[in-house]
Design a protein around this ligand. Structure first.
Ligand code: G6P
Length: 368
């Protein structure tokens, strides 16, 4: 049938390795030399985007983390105020909708009950219009939205979302550029991001080639009961997504914090049983992290760093480093997702869990 694991042991691993191809498919036919074809979002997109004054993004689970990354991008590159919220909170509170707000839903399935209910609620709430970024053509969310941008991830079988997330991020960068163009994004910056997007599938392939090194790191985690993920800026939601993957498939309790919050509580938990994973730090942040960890080194705190090869972070006692190829800053959140997916995968395999069908979880939550 359509769902075939090929030579892979699990659908999740197959789907992780499909990412170069499906990211390329999500970009296909949507880029010009210097920008994005706005009509990819639908015939009304040009008109709606030009009127948009702010954005509300609503989603659940992994899709919500994609929305959190998009907030950093939309505010930074398109200068448009953006709010992101989980659908189950949004739909039950009194929402104030400023004039000219575009409502955006993110969903792999297009059938998540809370996300769909949020869209239906939004329709009567004075929004400019709605956009769905979704992976399933003909789904309820797609049918009921004014504009749509399909992620071309293909069927995702593993309950823990992987390729759906990175294609959502790819689509959200297209959305950022489309709005940016209306709002005076610098031409050079736009051209740089377009060039980086075209190069992204090849970079993703290079990161996937680091799999054996990531598998070696996973051994340290298999016996642990807790893990802490740290990120800053657009990498904070990537840390959240890394923690979610680890929880979902390895059943290890994991939390994510913005790196600057480490001292405001979680540092108290760090010891030899609580590994700390830091995503995409720069030199300055790494220095701060190191000095924080000095305080717990005596008790054996271990730091795992995924960083840019150009930052060339040195491994030392208690600090393991994996360098990723250099990537345009705008797209780094997409690239740094991959080692965290692979890490969780290998930890789960070591623990012998049901990787593709974790206990108590469903691929699509269609009832409240
Ligand atoms: C479930 C799945 C997650 C997914 C979430 C939202 O919890 O297990 O992988 O991120 O639903 O699903 P959606 O289809 O709306 O993206």
């Amino acid at each position: 049938g359509a769902a075939n694991k090929g030579n892979y042991r699990h659908f999740m691993l197959k789907e992780i390795h499909e990412q170069p191809a499906v990211i390329a498919q999500t970009l296909e036919g949507r880029l010009t030399d210097r920008g994005v074809l706005v009509k990819s979002f639908g015939v009304e997109a040009e008109a709606l985007f030009s009127q948009a004054r702010q954005i509300h993004i609503i989603a659940c689970g992994t899709s919500y983390h994609a929305g959190m990354v998009a907030r950093y991008w939309l505010e930074r590159y398109a200068g448009i105020p953006t709010q992101v919220e989980v659908a189950s909170e949004y739909r039950y509170r009194r929402v104030v909708v400023p004039e000219g707000t575009l409502f955006v839903t993110l969903s792999q399935s297009g059938e998540t009950a809370d996300t769909l209910a949020a869209l239906r609620f939004a329709k009567g709430s004075g929004y400019l219009g709605s956009l769905a970024i979704c992976n399933v053509p003909g789904s309820s969310l797609v049918r009921e939205s004014d504009l749509t941008l399909m992620t071309h991830a293909g069927p995702e079988i593993g309950v823990a979302s992987t390729k759906a997330f990175t294609t959502q991020l790819t689509a959200l960068m297209l959305f950022t550029l489309a709005l940016g163009r209306q709002r005076g994004i610098d031409d050079g910056q736009q051209a740089d991001i377009v060039a980086a997007l075209r190069g992204l599938p090849a970079l993703v392939t290079r990161v996937l080639a680091l799999d054996p090194e990531i598998e070696r790191l996973s051994v340290d985690f298999a016996e642990k009961h807790h893990a802490l993920f740290l990120g800053r800026g657009a990498h904070f939601p990537i840390a959240l997504e890394g923690a979610l993957k680890l929880k979902e498939i390895s059943y290890i309790h994991a939390e994510a914090y913005p790196a600057g919050e480490l001292k405001h509580g979680p540092l108290a938990l760090v010891d030899s049983e609580m590994p700390v994973i830091s995503v995409a730090p720069n030199d300055e942040l790494l220095d701060k992290l190191k000095s924080n960890l000095q305080e717990v080194r005596a008790r054996g705190g271990e730091l795992y760093v995924f960083g840019d090869e150009q930052v060339a972070i040195e491994p030392e006692e208690g600090i393991k480093v994996l360098h990723l190829p250099h990537v345009d800053e705008a797209l780094a959140p997409i690239l740094y997702t991959l080692p965290l997916q692979l890490l969780s995968y290998h930890v789960a395999v070591l623990k012998g869990t049901d990787v593709d069908q974790p206990r108590n979880l469903a691929k699509s939550v269609t009832v409240e």
